[in-house]
Design a protein around this ligand. Structure first.
Ligand code: 5GP
Length: 212
């Protein structure tokens, strides 16, 4: 039977740059897959249904909860977001390593329900930097920036529950910051692929053939 893939959850404060890191990771390493979530929030300019998210109505989201279709879901900033069980199952069964780029509540749910899930927390280098990144995005209102910054202290307090911490430096200070962060995430994925449990079948086979 083919080896199952591994699940990686990536989270961190809004504006810490986790989507950029994940995009860079996928571009450099097409062997890593990303789960497309469902959300009740409206698409932003340039977002494509089925690619950025599956954009669904509140009613449809309710139905999916009732059908027990979500691997995890959470309320984030007045909207709801969820990862479909079917997507996780399909990718892991196909042997793909799968990344979920989700909020802290979702990551904690995923890590609690499956100890083999690897939690990666992306941190900004400082509060000042985080605030600047949120403003530079240009997609957030002052009100939403205020709400998001208010949530950050609580989110960072949860970072102690993750397995790995990535510090996403500012490109103006570290020009390769994005590449470095994406490479660090891939290093984590690689390390998990090289663990004894992932290599056990190979070792069994090698041992058997050596014994002749
Ligand atoms: P945005 O609206 O900026 O795309 O995302 C807002 C937050 O929702 C981000 O922290 C993002 O990681 C999170 N998010 C996106 N998809 C999911 C999901 O399926 N589940 C959970 N729990 N959070 C998600």
């Amino acid at each position: 039977m083919a080896k199952r893939g591994r699940l990686f959850v990536i989270s961190g404060p809004a504006g810490a740059g986790k989507s950029e890191i994940v995009k860079k990771l996928l571009r450099k390493h097409p062997d890593v897959k990303l789960s497309v979530s469902c959300t009740t929030r409206a698409p932003r300019p340039g977002e494509v249904d089925g690619v950025s998210y599956h954009f669904v109505t509140e009613a449809r989201f309710e139905e999916l909860i009732a059908e027990n279709a979500f691997y995890e879901w959470a309320h984030v900033h007045q909207n709801r977001y969820g990862t479909l069980k079917s997507v996780v199952k399909q990718e892991l069964d196909a042997g793909h390593d799968l990344v979920l780029e989700i909020d802290v509540q979702g990551c904690l749910q995923a890590m609690a329900q499956d100890p083999s899930v690897t939690g990666i927390f992306v941190c900004p280098p400082s509060r000042e930097n985080l605030e600047k990144r949120l403003r530079d995005r240009g997609t957030e209102t002052e009100e939403s920036i205020r709400v998001r910054l208010n949530n950050v202290a609580g989110e960072v307090a949860q970072a102690y529950k993750y397995h790995y911490i990535i510090i996403h430096n500012d490109w103006s200070e570290v020009p390769d910051a994005l590449d470095i962060a994406a490479d660090e995430v891939y290093a984590i994925i690689t390390a998990r692929r090289l663990e004894l449990d992932s290599r056990r079948d190979f070792l069994d086979h090698l041992s058997a053939t050596l014994r002749g």
